[in-house]
Design a binder for this molecule. Structure first.
Ligand SMILES: Nc1ncnc2c1ncn2[C@@H]1O[C@H](COP(=O)(O)OS(=O)(=O)O)[C@@H](OP(=O)(O)O)[C@H]1O
Ligand SMILES: Nc1ncnc2c1ncn2[C@@H]1O[C@H](COP(=O)(O)OP(=O)(O)O)[C@@H](O)[C@H]1O
Length: 181
């Protein structure tokens, strides 16, 4: 068992549109790191928004508060040596900058899951794009609420042209040297 003193705790922060592949890739990365005996925790919007952030919606203020809380939680984890894997749309530069400020730039690995909107929409994993197009879901990211692609992510995963295991391979190559001491 690798003790937390033997790893460099960082936050591996996935950003991208709904349906881009954040949860899939974050879960897979979590599995791979646990297999390698790293101590890590997965923070995914699906669970966070059902629990600690269940009072928040999707306007600009609430998205920012969502990310602020997740970033503060992430900071507590890395301060105790635990690697954090976070999967949130985190749609704007402003919101991601807030997160970097709380966590600290040197501890923040920004992973952009760069799947184009038309692919995310055709996947429509949760049927939300259809609802958004029909006007039944307001302020939906990419349709009626902005998504600003990150300009300087540490790594970009083209999850439309590469499959999950290729994306994870690229990611591990990039991340392992930064967390293994
Ligand atoms: N209006 C609107 N816009 C975007 N997403 C919506 C919306 N309403 C519900 N959902 C569902 O919430 C998930 C995104 O939550 P996040 O916490 O990642 O969003 S954010 O970072 O606060 O912008 C997102 O999950 P993912 O598909 O996993 O990204 C959606 O399932
Ligand atoms: N290379 C890939 N990486 C991640 N997901 C992929 C990839 N190729 C296809 N998919 C599929 O795309 C969907 C992405 O959904 P999900 O991971 O829930 O996205 P998000 O968390 O960004 O909303 C899943 O059904 C997944 O199987």
């Amino acid at each position: 068992m690798k003790k937390n003193q033997q790893q460099k705790a960082k936050v591996i922060w996935f950003t991208g549109l709904s349906g881009s592949g954040k949860s899939t890739l974050a879960n897979e990365l979590n599995k791979k790191l646990l297999e390698k005996s790293f101590l890590c925790v997965l923070l995914d919007s699906d669970s966070i928004r059902k629990g600690i952030n269940r009072d928040l919606g999707y306007d600009e203020h609430d998205r920012k508060e969502n990310i602020r809380r997740v970033s503060e939680i992430s900071k507590l984890f890395i301060d105790t040596g635990v690697i954090v894997i976070s999967a949130f749309i985190s749609p704007t530069k402003d919101i991601r900058n807030l997160s970097k400020k709380i966590i600290g730039k040197n501890n923040f690995i920004e992973v952009f899951v760069n799947t184009p909107l038309n692919i995310c929409e055709s996947r429509d994993v949760k049927g939300l794009y259809k609802k958004a197009r029909e006007g039944k879901l307001k302020k939906f990211t990419g349709i009626s609420s902005p998504f600003e692609p990150p300009l300087d992510p540490q790594i970009v995963l083209n999850a439309d042209s590469k499959n999950v295991s290729e994306c994870i391979g690229d990611l591990l190559k990039f991340v392992l040297p930064q967390i293994d001491s």
